[in-house]
Write a new protein. Structure first.
Length: 127
């Protein structure tokens, strides 16, 4: 059943197709969490006994991490395509983003597929 009687378009189907196209264009993908963490909880326990700990479902935490990664990828693409940035500025900003990825590698344990891992700067022989 269509949402729009004039065009016959189903709003949900159009929305899904647009999201799919944008994800493909921006290099975003559905990322899966490692099965061992499904249903798990991240507990942040303060050092002070009189303060309350915070528990976050790992699915929520994982979603936030993957959203941050996706936003970094979009930022990379926008920097690389920016018409007013010099190549030197683009390289400098790209190196900074690479260091951010490196700071996030601790979270790789949550990803099911190694292809989805955060990767920082790679060391090279002789460096």
């Amino acid at each position: 059943m269509s949402d729009d009687p004039q065009t016959g378009l189903d709003r949900g189907a159009v929305k899904w197709a647009l999201k799919d196209a944008l994800d493909e264009l921006l290099g975003l993908s559905d990322v899966r969490m490692a099965a061992r963490y499904e249903g798990g909880t991240l507990v942040i326990k303060p050092g002070k006994a009189e303060t309350q700990e915070k528990a976050i479902p790992l699915e929520v935490f994982f979603h936030k991490i993957t959203m941050a990664r996706d936003r970094l990828r979009v930022l990379e693409q926008r920097i690389n395509a920016h018409p007013k940035l010099s190549e030197e500025d683009k390289i400098e900003l790209q190196q900074y983003i690479t260091r951010v990825y490196g700071s996030l590698t601790s979270f790789n344990v949550l990803f099911k597929d190694k292809d989805d891992w955060f990767i920082g700067a790679r060391s090279t022989a002789g460096s």
